[in-house]
Design a protein around this ligand. Sequence first.
Ligand code: ADP
Length: 258
Amino acid sequence: AKPLLPESGRPGGLAKVRHIIAVSSCKGGVGKSTVSVNLAYTLAQMGAKVGIFDADVYGPSLPLMVDPEVKVLEMDPATKAIYPTTYEGVKVVSFGYAGQGSAIMRGPMVSGLIQQMLTTADWGELDYLVVDFPPGTGDIQLTLCQTVAFSAAVIVTTPQKMAFIDVAKGIRMFARLVVPCVAVVENMSYFDGEDGKRYFPFGQGSGERIQRDFGLPNLIRFPIVPDLSAAGDGGRPLVVAEPASPTAATFMDLGAAV
Ligand code: ADP
């Protein structure tokens, strides 16, 4: 990803953040949050200073996937700056920690809230801020992209939801905003049976097609891994719980791609 310097005019709390990475999907339930969180912890394991911003205000999943000791975000009454909470050395901010649960709000309100929370949080010095986008390519996503300059985007999808048209929409949105898509993640791509065979329950080939048609530099596949799901539900990301697993190794590939 191209480094963005403070001179780029980033608002307040983001001034000392070098790279902001968007993790986006067209549909919900494809594993976008799982990828965001494990990517963030992988970058931390690679030696970077990392933060995660869970922008999925309608269904914040960070509080489920990451279980910090302090589960509320402190706010400076004078400056209104929000202080991220920390888990395993990674700074995390989510609407879920703000005690509001998932929001019932109209788009413009949500956009304003996301903007405010992202830019007023006191991120300090970070190498990477991973932003878990709400699914889709509507106004909220567009506002997010216009609020800060993202250095790279990762698009997460599953084979059956890889409706070409939707993924293309996502890639085009980032292209229009001059954010390079550095990787497509094909999640839940296959599973390896006990019989030694590899199964593709949702079909095969869409990942390659997208990579080829859009000239994307990286296609990263994650199989269906029950441990990935269990770790997410248990508040300890898989790459933290099982750093030597094959899944953690694939996250290293993704980390190298951003
Ligand atoms: P999204 O953010 O796109 O809505 P999530 O990351 O919340 O999706 O994932 C949806 C569900 O699928 C979660 O229960 C998660 O643990 C599970 N999941 C995600 N990726 C995998 C995978 N590769 N293997 C097994 N379960 C997965």
